[in-house]
Design a protein around this ligand. Structure first.
Ligand SMILES: Cc1cc2nc3c(=O)[nH]c(=O)nc-3n(C[C@H](O)[C@H](O)[C@H](O)COP(=O)(O)OP(=O)(O)OC[C@H]3O[C@@H](n4cnc5c(N)ncnc54)[C@H](O)[C@@H]3O)c2cc1C
Length: 415
């Protein structure tokens, strides 16, 4: 370990030189990069603000969650899911898989260490990554910085008039675990993406009375079409057909299976589901039972919110509903702009400017993994590219030094 204290800013921040990349985030993306770097023989350090790997899955998801896509589209590089896992592994199984992934590749992130800022220092040509943890403040110096903090790092909480006056329980979907606590209650679920639909379904299954706010349009597709996953079928058709035609076919098949969802207050976007995903990153909802509950009236679909009153919500159509609780299934956002001092590679929303598959590499040793809007398969593709890119430079540098191990490998990197 090569570390020293820097008193220049009158604080006692420890400085650590990392021989290899610093990876920020120990979710599936950070773990995938760690595993691929290991294969390339490149040491690294992973910094994670939580006290465990995959904190999104372990701490911020509901109990009934299963992978939305079949397991073959969700496995990380170089380590398949166990064969006995079902087609759609449960959240617990996915966490188990990630734990064995980390163990298999000997990945040991530094937990409880939150990255507060990262900046490229032109003068010394290193990244300066500052963290805070329970044991103090540290500044890491490194040649490569891999951003793996995810598209879902922070919750989005919209400002809605009167929410302060409402008086009942208001939670974000990331704090929702199960409908058990809501038994018999009238719950307003704000949002109709995969989370909003599944929370509403879960509430029904626990004898609560959900009303789901559908402000704009949404694509709902069956999770399976003729026994095959809709996603797999779409990927298959894309090999032969143009995107617009695949979109049309998907919508026709959906109409046969689910009927006309507009009959239930769900408006379809004018753009097809795959085109919408590609252009705006909006994921279609894969129905796993919520639509049946909407059809039977157990989930009440309501239009946008005008404002909240004490114990009540007023909708844009003037209707007023008495409610006990609110679940905000209003999504997540990246936190990159809050800590990465860089404007060339990332947008102000914290996503790479270049679209997939080109948004993984920036300048001066900056990389991004898991920002493709393509879930775990996109993260795996990024991780493979990043590790090969860094591995190439690493091996060239080693060759140039004409020695097997560089002299400065006195550091905290994992190997
Ligand atoms: C409810 C839900 C269900 C989903 N289901 C699927 C699915 O079935 N299939 C699929 O492909 N995708 C799914 N996704 C998408 C999901 O985002 C990915 O599966 C996956 O979790 C992304 O991994 P990641 O490592 O990029 O991000 P994350 O899992 O969010 O991990 C990022 C890590 O970075 C850490 N971090 C953030 N900021 C800092 C900081 N400043 N310093 C240090 N550490 C930091 C976080 O604590 C976190 O552990 C789902 C998402 C949600 C919310």
């Amino acid at each position: 370990m090569f570390s020293f204290s820097d008193h220049s800013d009158f604080s006692s921040r420890r400085c650590v030189w990392v021989n290899g990349p610093v990876i920020v985030g120990a979710g599936p993306s950070g773990l995938a990069v760690g595993a691929c770097l290991k294969e390339q023989g490149v040491p690294y350090v992973i910094l994670e603000r939580a006290d465990c790997i995959a904190s999104l899955w372990q701490k911020r998801t509901y109990d009934r969650l299963k992978l939305h896509l079949p397991k073959q589209f969700c496995q990380l590089p170089k380590f398949p899911f166990p064969e006995h896992f079902p087609e759609y592994p449960t959240k617990i199984q996915f966490i188990e898989y990630l734990e064995s992934y980390a163990q298999h590749f000997g990945i040991n992130p530094q937990f409880n260490e939150c990255v507060q800022s990262a900046k490229y220092d032109e003068a010394c040509q290193f990244w300066r990554v500052k963290t805070v943890s329970t044991t103090g403040e540290v500044e890491y110096l490194c040649q490569w910085l891999v951003v793996a903090t995810g598209e879902n790092a922070e919750r989005v909480v919209p400002e809605i008039e009167g929410l302060q006056e409402f008086g009942g329980q208001v939670i974000h979907a990331c704090d929702y675990k199960s409908g058990e606590k809501f038994r018999g209650k009238k719950v307003l679920v704000v949002g109709c993406g995969n989370s909003g639909m599944e929370v509403s379904l879960d509430l029904c299954n626990h004898d609560a009375k959900p009303s789901m706010v559908v402000r704009s349009s949404v694509h709902v597709l069956p999770r399976e079409i003729f026994g095959k996953s809709a996603f797999e079928l779409a990927m298959f058709m894309m090999k032969w057909l143009p995107l617009w035609l695949v979109d049309r076919l998907l919508l026709v098949l959906t109409w046969f299976i689910l009927g006309n969802i507009e009959n239930y207050g769900l408006k379809r976007p004018s753009v097809g589901p795959l085109e919408l995903k590609n252009t705006q990153g909006k994921t279609p909802v894969l129905d796993i039972g919520a639509l049946e509950k909407i059809r039977s009236g157990e989930i009440n679909v309501v239009p946008g919110i005008k404002r909240f009153w004490c114990g009540m919500v007023e909708l844009v159509n003037g209707e007023k509903l008495k409610i006990d609780s609110v679940v905000l299934a209003t999504g997540y956002r990246s936190n990159v702009p809050y800590w990465l001092q860089e404007t060339e590679f990332f947008t102000k929303n914290g996503l790479p400017k270049a679209p997939f598959p080109n948004g993984w590499k920036g300048k001066a040793g900056l990389y991004a993994v898991g920002f493709t809007k393509k879930g775990l398969s996109g993260a795996s593709a990024d991780a493979t590219r990043i590790s090969q890119d860094i591995g190439k430079v690493w091996k060239e540098e080693l060759k140039q030094k004409k020695q097997r191990v560089p002299t400065h490998r006195r550091c905290i990197s994992q190997f």
